[in-house]
Design a protein around this ligand. Structure first.
Ligand SMILES: Cc1cc2nc3c(=O)[nH]c(=O)nc-3n(C[C@H](O)[C@H](O)[C@H](O)COP(=O)(O)OP(=O)(O)OC[C@H]3O[C@@H](n4cnc5c(N)ncnc54)[C@H](O)[C@@H]3O)c2cc1C
Length: 397
C-alpha cells in the first residue's frame, strides 16, 4: 500500500489529540478522532491553563489559531501568589512570572478545546466512541475496538493514543500503570465571586493564589466569566476520603455538608483561604493525582501514545500534550511517503524526543505536589519558584 494512503486515527479529543488532528488537517492529511464523551459539554473540563511561549503558544501558532486564541485569552491573570496558612504572602503581588519566563496568557480549558474543535473539518470527532483496546493483528494494521458493542471495530494503519492517564491504547505498547501520587484535589467550581464577594475576588486577583501548609493547600484560580476554581489539596491516602465520609457526600452531591467537612480540615487557616469553602458551589469533585513512572517502550510502527497517556501528568501537562501532538503531526506529514523502515525511525525519533522532554520537565519544572507537605511549605514553594525564575533569567528555560 502506498504510504500516502495511511489511515490515521487519534483516540481522545483532549488538548493533545486535537492539536495533532488540527495540524494534520492543515497538511491535508485526513484523520479520525474517537472520543469517549457523548458530547463536547458532557463533562467538566477543569480550570484555567497558562500557555507557555515555547510549547502551548508555539502550537497555537503552528495551528494558525493565535487570532482566535487572543479573543479568549486573559493576559491579566498571569500572577502567582503563594501564601502561608496564617495569611503571610511569601511570593506574589509585585513579582510577575512573565518578566522572566515570557508572557503566559491564561485561557479556560473549555475555551481552548473549543477553539481546536471549531478548527477541525466537520465530522472529524466521533463522539460517544469510547475505545476499549487497540490490537495490532499482524496484518500491518491496528484495529480499534470500542466499549459500545454495537460499534464495529475500525481498522487503521496508525493509531495515536491521546486518551489521558487511563489510556486504553497504552497497554498495547507499554506495561506501565499509573500510581496514586499521594495527593488528591477536591475541585470546587464557584460562580459570582467577583460580583458578590469582593474580598475573595481581591485575594485571587491576578490569577492564581496558593495557600500552603500542614500537608494541605487551598489553591484558587480565576477563570473567565466570574468563575473561580478552588482546589482543596490533601496529602492523604485515597482511603481517607472514604473514611471521613467525603467521598459519599461528593457522590451524593451533598455539597453543603461536603464543604462543612472540608472547612473542618482547614480550621485556623486565614479567612481569605477558608472563605472560598464557605460559598455555595456549582460542582464539587474529588480528583486524585496519578503519576506514571518514567517509561519507554519499543516503537510500534502502527501505534503510539502522547500527552498524559505517555508521561507523568504535571503542572505543564496540557502545554506538553499540545507540543507532543503538534510534533507528531509534523513527523507524520514529513514521513507520509516514507517506506516502512523510515516511517518506524521517524516515529521512534518522535517518541525519544517526547520522552526526554517529559523526563527533563519532571525533574526540573515547578510542580505543586512536593509542596503539599509538612511545615511551612509556602516559604519553600516560594523559594523554589524564585530559583526557577532565576534559572530562567540565566537562560536556563
Ligand atoms: C487540577 C489540575 C490542574 C492542571 N493545570 C494545568 C495547567 O495550568 N497547565 C497545564 O499545562 N497543565 C495542567 N494540568 C495538566 C493537564 O490537565 C494534562 O496534562 C492535560 O490535560 C493532558 O492532555 P491530554 O490531551 O494528554 O489528555 P486529556 O486532557 O486527559 O484528554 C484525554 C481525552 O481522551 C478521552 N478519553 C479517555 N479515555 C478514552 C477512551 N477509552 N476512548 C476514547 N476517548 C477517551 C477523554 O474523554 C479526553 O477527552 C492540570 C491537571 C490537573 C489535574
Amino acid at each position: 500500500m502506498s504510504s500516502s494512503q495511511r489511515s490515521i486515527a487519534i483516540v481522545g479529543a483532549g488538548i493533545g489529540g486535537l492539536a495533532c488532528a488540527r495540524i494534520l488537517q492543515l497538511q491535508n492529511i485526513s484523520v479520525t478522532v474517537y472520543e469517549r464523551e457523548p458530547t463536547v459539554s458532557s463533562r467538566q473540563q477543569g480550570g484555567s491553563l497558562d500557555m507557555h511561549s515555547d510549547s502551548g503558544f508555539k502550537v497555537l501558532e503552528m495551528a494558525q489559531l493565535v487570532d482566535e486564541f487572543k479573543k479568549v485569552a486573559r493576559y491579566d491573570d498571569q500572577n502567582i501568589k503563594i501564601v502561608g496558612i496564617d495569611g503571610t504572602v511569601h511570593f506574589g503581588d509585585l513579582e510577575r512570572l512573565e518578566e522572566t519566563a515570557g508572557e503566559r496568557p491564561e485561557v479556560d480549558r473549555v475555551q481552548l478545546r473549543q477553539l481546536f474543535l471549531d478548527s477541525l473539518k466537520p465530522g472529524t470527532v466521533k463522539w460517544n466512541h469510547g475505545v476499549s483496546k487497540v490490537v495490532q493483528d499482524g496484518n500491518n494494521k491496528a484495529t480499534v475496538h470500542f466499549l459500545e458493542s454495537t460499534l464495529e471495530p475500525a481498522v487503521h494503519d496508525f493509531v495515536v493514543g491521546a486518551d489521558g492517564t487511563w489510556s486504553r491504547v497504552r497497554p498495547t505498547v507499554s506495561s506501565a500503570v499509573p500510581e496514586y501520587s499521594g495527593v488528591a484535589y477536591v475541585d470546587i467550581f464557584l460562580r459570582g465571586v467577583e460580583k458578590d464577594h469582593p474580598n475573595l475576588a481581591a485575594f485571587v486577583k491576578g490569577g492564581l493564589v496558593m495557600v500552603l501548609g500542614d500537608n494541605k493547600g487551598i489553591i484558587a484560580q480565576r477563570n473567565s466569566n466570574d468563575v473561580v476554581r478552588v482546589y482543596a489539596a490533601f496529602r492523604k491516602p485515597l482511603a481517607w476520603f472514604d473514611e471521613v465520609g467525603l467521598k459519599s457526600l461528593v457522590e451524593a452531591e451533598r455539597h453543603t455538608e461536603a464543604r462543612e467537612l472540608l472547612l473542618k480540615q482547614f480550621e485556623g487557616w486565614c479567612p481569605e483561604a477558608t472563605g472560598f469553602l464557605q460559598l455555595p458551589c456549582v460542582s464539587l469533585d474529588i480528583r486524585p493525582l496519578y503519576t506514571l513512572n518514567q517509561h519507554g517502550w519499543d516503537t510500534n510502527p502502527h501505534i503510539t501514545i502522547l500527552g498524559d497517556a505517555a508521561h507523568v501528568p504535571f503542572s505543564e501537562g496540557a502545554n506538553t500534550a499540545m507540543l507532543d501532538g503538534a510534533e507528531l503531526a509534523t513527523v507524520i506529514a514529513d514521513s507520509l511517503s516514507a517506506n516502512a523502515d523510515s516511517w518506524q525511525k521517524a516515529i521512534k525519533g518522535f517518541e525519544d524526543q517526547m520522552q526526554s522532554r517529559a523526563w527533563a520537565e519532571e525533574e526540573g519544572g515547578f510542580s505543586l505536589n512536593p509542596f503539599i507537605s509538612e511545615g511551612d511549605s509556602a516559604a519553600r514553594a516560594a523559594a523554589a519558584l524564585r530559583d526557577l525564575m532565576a534559572g530562567a533569567l540565566d537562560g536556563g528555560a
